[in-house]
Design a protein around this ligand. Structure first.
Ligand SMILES: [Zn+2]
Ligand SMILES: [Zn+2]
Length: 214
């Protein structure tokens, strides 16, 4: 009788062993500590709250796609790969909602406790492995926040809003304008439209010799 019905090693998920289900904490026990050991880690995990700046950010719970490679090295674990992060925000020029996907490359060494790298680095200089787990959230959050545009726009050349009526200029005809005279020129404009008293030629209407009226 063939043994095909027995479960293959590695086919069972290790997720059940993960403590308190923080999806950003990556279990290193499968990878092991042997230098050169390597593992792919492809997951979609929900974004935590608070990843953003004033005009744009990652909505809490939005699906963040991680396509990572974990490589065991002497000093720790090298994490590298791509991260796709959904963004929502507001156009800094016309205030329309904007949404986008940020595609980031990440590469980071997480140091083992007690490794030379950990011992010779300051608290903030290197990311650390916490027991059997590695927390990906701070790495991705830092990469995202550093990349977010301070003034996001709905289109690269968004023209913004009309200063007079507040409508989006991109939604208005190209010749959109308001016939509002600058008050500094209003007096001059009035003088130019007044009939002139001392003109050299005949005043309009005072001369009946216009040939077109014959
Ligand atoms: Zn805009
Ligand atoms: Zn207008």
């Amino acid at each position: 009788m063939p043994a095909a019905s027995s479960p293959r090693p590695g086919a069972t998920s290790t997720d059940a062993r993960r403590p308190a289900a923080d999806p950003w904490k990556l279990d290193l026990r499968e990878l092991g500590r042997r230098a050169g050991s390597m593992r792919e880690w492809n997951r979609t995990v929900p974004a935590p709250a608070g990843w953003g700046i004033e005009m744009i950010g990652v909505p809490a719970g939005a699906p963040v796609q991680l396509r990572l490679r974990l490589e065991s090295v002497m000093e720790g674990v090298l994490v590298s790969g791509q991260v796709d992060v959904p963004l929502t925000g507001q156009c800094a020029r016309c205030l329309e909602p904007v949404s986008d996907t940020l595609e980031l490359d990440v590469q980071e060494l997480y140091a083992y406790a007690g490794s030379t790298t950990e011992a010779t680095s300051g608290e903030d200089e290197v990311r650390r492995i916490d027991g059997d787990y590695l927390d990906l959230a701070p790495l991705v959050r830092d990469a995202v926040v550093l990349t977010l545009p301070l003034a996001p726009t709905c289109t690269p050349d968004c023209a913004g809003l009309c200063v007079d009526c507040g409508e989006r200029l991109d939604d208005l005809p190209a010749d959109h304008s308001h016939e509002v005279l600058d008050p500094r020129w209003a007096g001059l404009a009035a003088r130019l439209t007044e009939p002139e008293d001392s003109a050299e030629g005949p005043r309009p209407g005072s001369d009946r010799t216009n040939p077109e009226e014959n």
